[in-house]
Design a protein around this ligand. Structure first.
Ligand SMILES: [Zn+2]
Length: 422
């Protein structure tokens, strides 16, 4: 579709959503005149930005009066206690989202007949060997546990992948990178190939992870972005690594701190209004994720809203604090090259401002030279803001949903909290 048709289509979807909200949802009732009077996109700008805390506080008023006539269920998002969101979602939403997922994975050859191996936080039942993987016929996939990947088990993982012969790998960048690192280090590439593409979501993918995964599986890495609240979904295309937001999924806005719209090339917060849910419409919902707004024009011919450089939830653990109190995002610490070449997995820890502890799980090739290199590389980046220490550990626990935290910080200053929870 040409851009004008896309905008016209979105306008109709948005009009339907806003009209439903002001008619059925007490929380939005007062905006009725605005919606009647203005063009849908202008009306949207009059809607308040909605945080997770707002939804929790106004849960009853956010629920439509016609809720009994909408097939729905209650859901909660991941996150630590106190940081969770409870909300209502239509029964049809998940299935419709799968349609969008398959559509975007189709850009790198995925079909519903494709076999995949997944590395994400599913619930694993059973004992012994079966804890490491389990079949899920519903999605034609073998689910591998991201919780048990270590030097003792990774050989078994590789053997099982080789035996299963998936066409696609799907999961968290951090989990698939652990496998990739093992494959590269032991020269096992020939055993796990050919893979058509590696589908990565749920966490931002660092360039070093992307390179290593592509090297291990000789396959295109395809990343996508979405969130449990399902207000914006976007993924790479055949040509570009920028995310193309599905126009039929929701309206994307990238906003500055003051709530105004970012220009192209400018970074701001991803704010979304989802089209897939009527049982608790989330309008101008703040995702807490940051991204750069990109021009809609792309070589692939889609002219959808685009964004890039997504940086994960701005939680407290996403920052380290320098000697001078400066907040440094974990993404800024992203190391290129071979700094971590003999490290299986690492994590930043901090308990004192100005002191960064890098916890590393070393590979057998790790030596004191690696420690010196890691300290030097971070020292250069941090400009004397931090003393850098390396701590050798045997394990880096994952969160309950199987994700890896980049930074574990025990510093909770009012300042940092304010910025994180805005
Ligand atoms: Zn494109």
């Amino acid at each position: 579709m040409p851009r004008s048709d896309i905008v016209a289509f979105q306008k109709r979807q948005l009009a339907a959503l806003l009209e439903f909200a002001v008619r059925e949802v007490p929380f939005y009732e007062s905006l009725r005149n605005v919606v009647m009077r203005l063009d849908p996109f202008s009306a949207l700008e009059e809607f308040p930005l909605l945080s997770k805390e707002d939804v929790q506080r106004d849960f009853e008023r956010m629920t439509p009066r016609s809720i009994r006539r909408i097939a729905h269920r209650e859901r909660t998002t991941g996150g630590s206690s106190g940081n969770q969101l409870r909300f209502l979602e239509d029964d049809s939403t998940y299935a419709r989202e799968m349609g969008f997922m398959h559509s975007q994975w189709g850009r790198v050859g995925y079909t519903t007949r494709s076999k995949k191996a997944t590395f994400r936080g599913a619930e694993f039942r059973g004992r012994g060997d079966s804890v490491l993987w389990q079949e899920n016929p519903l999605h034609n996939e073998l689910q591998f546990s991201p919780f048990h990947m270590n030097e003792g088990t990774l050989g078994l993982y590789v053997k099982k992948v080789a035996e299963y012969r998936p066409e696609f790998l799907h999961g968290y960048p951090s989990a698939i990178d652990v496998l990739a690192e093992y494959v590269v280090r032991h020269g096992l590439q020939a055993r796990v190939q050919p893979i058509k593409a590696v589908l990565l979501g749920s966490e931002s993918c660092m360039s070093e992870q992307r390179e290593r995964i592509e090297r291990a599986f000789a396959a295109r890495v395809y990343t996508f972005y979405g969130q449990s609240e399902r207000v914006v979904l976007g993924g790479e295309c055949e040509w570009s690594q920028a995310y193309h937001a599905f126009p039929a999924y929701g309206v994307l806005e990238v906003l500055r701190e003051d709530g105004s719209r970012c220009s192209e090339g400018e970074q701001g917060e991803i704010v979304g209004s989802g089209f897939l849910n009527r049982s608790m419409p989330l309008i101008r919902y703040r995702t807490d994720d940051q991204a750069v707004r990109e021009p809609s024009l792309c070589k692939c011919g889609r002219c959808w809203d685009r964004f890039s450089n997504v940086q994960g939830r701005r939680a407290v653990e996403g920052f380290v604090v320098g000697r001078s109190g400066s907040k440094i995002t974990a993404t800024a610490l992203n190391m290129h090259g071979d700094v971590f070449r003999n490290v299986i997995r690492y994590q930043y820890g901090q308990s004192i401002p100005g002191q960064l502890v890098i916890r590393v799980i070393p590979s057998s090739a790790y030596s004191s030279t690696d420690e010196e290199r890691i300290i030097a590389a971070h020292g250069r980046r941090l400009w004397g803001e931090m003393d850098v220490l390396v701590e050798i550990v045997q394990d880096i626990p994952l969160t309950s949903s199987g994700k890896q935290r980049r930074v574990v910080s025990e510093i909770v200053t009012g300042d940092v909290l304010e910025s994180g929870d805005r």
